[in-house]
Design a protein around this ligand. Structure first.
Ligand SMILES: *[C@@H]1O[C@H](CO)[C@@H](O)[C@H](O)[C@H]1NC(C)=O
Ligand SMILES: *[C@@H]1O[C@H](CO)[C@@H](O)[C@H](O)[C@H]1NC(C)=O
Ligand SMILES: *[C@@H]1O[C@H](CO)[C@@H](O)[C@H](O)[C@H]1NC(C)=O
Length: 281
């Protein structure tokens, strides 16, 4: 009996802790905690939406809320630890096996050798575009904000990416991702505080390969908490997913107002706080 219990426990654990599961149960560490409550961004209701605790080599690196109908994420969430200068771009893209086959393991893996794609984007969806190369695989969690090489590698998963206009991708890096990194490092991390980031997209009207929805907008926001989990600072960026779009730096409140309209329902990036009486960085 005892032996059976010993054998069963690991089995039950591996069944319950599937990585396509529940943010609060499976990977709470990527979401800010306000008044003792773990507070992920709004999770839309519907079977097509999946909560992915992004796992590579058995290590959970960040979280993505994925829309299996549109085959793009709604958002990815992570904790920013501080910039390091030693991460290289792996360029090797993974997929999420559990989205197409629930019996698969927890780790992201290469699409080769499997039959995937019913519920997610594959590499070929981004290939042979006309006009050529118009859309990149745009990272939601960027390589640039990764603090380890294994996390940088894990950002190369198609459930963390959406079609992003090629030159806008580069400008988004300069005017949103790297600016936000600088502000978080200076005004939050250097004070020993904690920074949480959420980056998302708004669904547009057209698809790549009749499969992968092209977002109309990209957005990102961060919230900085002191060591008593008291919100100190917040900031957001918002832009259209087109060649020469203006990249707006906005308050969290302004961003959420915009997202409420664009998503057609109430949407909170940081539910419960980080915007009332909080100054922009
Ligand atoms: C990374 O490089 C920047 C400038 O290139 C430097 O200011 C910073 O201190 C470096 N950070 C680390 C962790 O080495
Ligand atoms: C990251 O990916 C590169 C290239 O795919 C690989 O050579 C390297 O071992 C990986 N590093 C880690 C820490 O996973
Ligand atoms: C996008 O903008 C860049 C820089 O302004 C320009 O060189 C390029 O031709 C534009 N591409 C498209 C497809 O409009």
């Amino acid at each position: 009996m005892k032996l059976l219990a010993v054998l069963l426990v690991p089995l039950l654990l591996s069944v319950c802790l599937g990585k396509v599961g529940d943010f609060i149960r499976d990977c709470p560490g990527f979401f800010l905690k306000l008044n003792g409550v773990i507070s992920p961004p709004t999770r839309f209701v519907g079977n097509q939406y999946k909560q992915i605790c992004q796992t590579l080599n058995d290590k959970v690196e960040f979280a993505s809320f994925y829309d299996t109908n549109n085959r793009i994420p709604v958002y990815s969430a992570y904790k920013f630890i501080g910039k390091v200068n030693c991460t290289r771009r792996s360029g090797k893209w993974f997929i999420e096996p559990q989205l197409d086959d629930q019996t698969q393991g927890v780790n992201m893996k290469s699409e080769s050798g499997g039959t995937y794609g019913d519920h997610q984007a594959l590499n070929k969806d981004y290939e042979k575009q006309t006009p050529r190369g118009e859309y990149h695989k745009g990272h939601l969690v960027p390589v640039y904000h990764s603090s380890t090489q294994s996390c940088a590698n894990a950002t190369f998963t198609l459930t963390n990416a959406a079609p992003q206009e090629a030159s806008f991708n580069i400008r988004w890096f300069h005017h949103a991702e790297s600016k936000m990194e600088e502000k978080m490092s200076t005004d939050c991390i250097n004070k020993g505080w904690n920074a949480y980031v959420v980056t998302g997209v708004v669904p547009g009207n057209t698809k790549l390969k009749n499969r992968v929805l092209i977002p109309s907008h990209y957005w990102t926001a961060c919230c900085c908490l002191d060591n008593n989990d008291v919100p100190k600072l917040s900031l957001g960026y918002y832009a259209e997913n087109i060649n020469k779009s203006v990249i707006n730096e906005v308050t969290l409140q302004a961003l959420e107002n915009e997202l409420n309209i664009k998503y057609g329902q109430n949407f909170a990036v940081f539910p419960g706080g980080c915007k009332m009486n909080i100054r922009k960085f």
